[in-house]
Design a binder for this molecule. Sequence first.
Ligand code: ATP
Length: 234
Amino acid sequence: MLEIADLHVRYATAEAVRGVSLSATPGRVTLVLGANGAGKTSTLRAAAGLVKVHAGRVTLDGRDVTGLAPHRIVRAGTVLVPEGRRVFAPLTVEENLVLGGYTVSRERSGTALDRVYGMFPILRERRGGPAGLLSGGEQQMLAFGRALMSSPRAIMLDEPSMGLAPTMVESVLEAVRAMADDGLSVLLVEQNAEMGLEVADDVVAMARGEVVFTGPAGQARSHASVLRAFLGEA
Ligand code: ATP
């Protein structure tokens, strides 16, 4: 289980995250909703070691990883798939995946590759072709697969549906579900609440750097503060 407790992130001009607490549980998708600038990305980046944690704690299965270097957080079992797919277009699908396994041993990387191909058969089909020829949805799946190569227990996904056609969004959401069903703790950041709620088990809504709602997805649909958060009015 990935736990973020009383997290604070400060930039030179602003406190972007002010006491955020949330957790992601194995086998479940935890959706983080919020308008532009609510602090969602800063929360994920802090948990991944990419921005400084000003205060608070990040733990994975009880182990404190707060403030560790990004590669050590990956080794500890938490991985971030940042916004924008950023696959290496001229490299093959498999080469992209293998790059994602560089933090782990070759043996573990081989097992992870089988697991990724099992989860996303389309990547196996396309493994010898250049990543740049994949559709947007397939490239997002490749970005997921590349992250899974480190055999994480928790995966954080920043706006994976951004810029995708609706049909591709569906397959990306299915991929998100598949990762949770495989036992991962999934933290999904989405601005589009409707999309996110399709796969979410739990919901955390953020506004102005704070958590304004935490609860099961069913409850979120009818909760007014969540609505305001994702409409950008909160
Ligand atoms: P978005 O959907 O736009 O990414 P978000 O909810 O992820 O929004 P953040 O990107 O975490 O929000 O931004 C939270 C606040 O911190 C915003 O006011 C933003 O302008 C500010 N901010 C983000 N990154 C930086 C930075 N590197 N330096 C200064 N301020 C930043």
